[in-house]
Design a protein around this ligand. Structure first.
Ligand code: FAD
Length: 375
């Protein structure tokens, strides 16, 4: 007999979405989270964009789970009356040369099954967003923004209603493979060591997911997490009223580029930038001196903007398996029977679009636990 049937490590959006899904069919699901409540790390430090699924490598998990997750998320928001805004997103070319890059974006989107993008002329862009400059743009109508707090709260509530038990303020310190199942060691809310057994374990520990996997001997170098910080600057009132939609430049090889994000409170921010941290430290400090970089990379499509309009807002850290100069990497989501770890599921490198894809990830992990793999 095990103390728990399934233990999920981490109550970010990924752990919560998995808990919400698998608790519909499994009794005795535990969630262990080191903070005193859910969503205190990457899941509350992001752009809150419901991505359309445009940019990812064809047939990747990111592409597939983003497109599937987007539709599930809009449906979930409607069902539970959660705040979201399907505002759409403009991807803008500011020179004739950039139009070629936009054409490639359209092709990539089509190959991922995102067939609703459409072209807009300079005049049409002006009519939609009078304060924006673009010689041409692609509009993505299925992109939106969500209030992630209420989404996570609903996932937690549904999970509790399904019988999930949450152990907050509990830090997993070790995992041992038993003849059957696993022993999980943690420091509980009083700082006391405590151990229990679980038949199955799901590692949804975000920035710590590689360290958790290492506890059971999964320590392949290419699964190492590289902390990659992204900072945001807010456009101060009253100029925030000059934009109503998400606006992205043409993407570079490695990044989407500093873009305009609108939040549910009506705030408008620029970001995130891309800063690989030399050591994996939780560095959420803001760098006011980066304001110039933010201004210079956006004022070509935001001609009304002056550097003084920008104030530092917040920072998040991406859990990347991609190295600084390496190629883009896919989500790593595996049931580890092949490594002699039956019932152990690792989710590593859950960067963007992890929020958008979360409900699809929940479904995917449930299929893995049932011995199905649809890839
Ligand atoms: C700057 C930025 C912008 C982004 N923008 C978007 C966006 O617009 N749209 C989108 O779809 N995605 C976006 N993302 C990605 C998205 O935020 C992540 O994919 C998602 O939040 C990952 O969720 P998670 O549950 O895996 O990780 P987390 O939210 O980090 O949760 C992991 C949890 O595990 C817990 N934990 C870790 N170690 C232990 C331990 N030893 N014991 C117990 N608990 C532990 C942590 O405390 C944490 O709560 C963005 C990410 C960043 C950084």
């Amino acid at each position: 007999m095990f103390d728990a049937e399934i233990t999920i490590i981490g109550a970010g959006v990924v752990g919560l979405a998995i808990a919400e899904k698998i608790s519909q069919h499994n009794p005795q699901v535990f969630v262990v989270e080191k903070h005193s409540t859910f969503g205190q790390e990457t899941s509350s430090r992001n752009s809150e964009v419901i991505h359309a699924g445009i940019y990812y490598v064809k047939n990747s998990l990111k592409a597939k789970l983003c497109v599937e997750g987007k539709n599930l998320l809009y449906h979930f928001c409607d069902r539970y009356e959660l705040p979201y805004h399907r505002c759409g997103k403009l991807i803008v070319a500011t020179t004739e040369e950039e139009i070629t890059a936009l054409e490639q974006v359209e092709q990539k989107a089509l190959s991922n099954g995102v067939a609703d993008l459409y072209w807009m002329t300079q005049e049409e862009v002006k009519a939609m967003e009078p304060n924006l400059f673009a010689v041409k743009a692609l509009f993505s109508p299925s992109t939106g923004v969500i209030d992630s707090y209420w989404y996570l709260k609903r996932l937690e509530t549904n999970s509790i209603n399904n019988g999930v038990q949450f152990a907050y303020s509990s830090v997993v310190t070790g995992i041992e493979k038993l003849t059957e199942g696993y022993q999980i060691d943690l420091n509980d809310a009083d700082g006391q060591p405590f151990s229990f057994t679980s038949k199955k374990v799901i590692n949804a520990a975000g920035l710590e997911s590689f360290n958790i996997a290492s506890m059971v001997g999964v320590n392949d170098e290419d699964l190492t997490i590289h902390f990659c910080k992204g900072e945001y600057f807010r456009i101060q009132p009253p100029k925030h009223k000059l934009l109503n939609r998400l606006v992205y430049p043409v993407p570079s090889k490695d990044a989407l580029g500093i873009h305009v994000t609108i939040d549910m409170g009506g705030g408008v921010k620029l970001g995130p930038d891309v800063q690989y941290l030399d050591t994996n430290e939780y560095d959420y400090t803001l760098t006011p001196s980066r304001r110039k970089v933010f201004f210079e990379s956006t004022h070509r499509f935001l001609p009304f903007l002056e550097e003084e309009d920008l104030i530092p807002e917040m920072a998040g850290i991406r859990p990347k398996t991609q190295t600084k100069d390496g190629p883009p990497r896919d989500f790593y989501i595996r049931e580890e029977s092949m490594r002699g770890l039956p019932g152990f599921v690792n989710l590593i490198g859950m960067e963007s679009p992890g929020l958008t894809a979360s409900l699809a990830i929940g479904n995917y992990v449930e299929r893995l636990l049932n011995g199905q793999n649809d890839r």
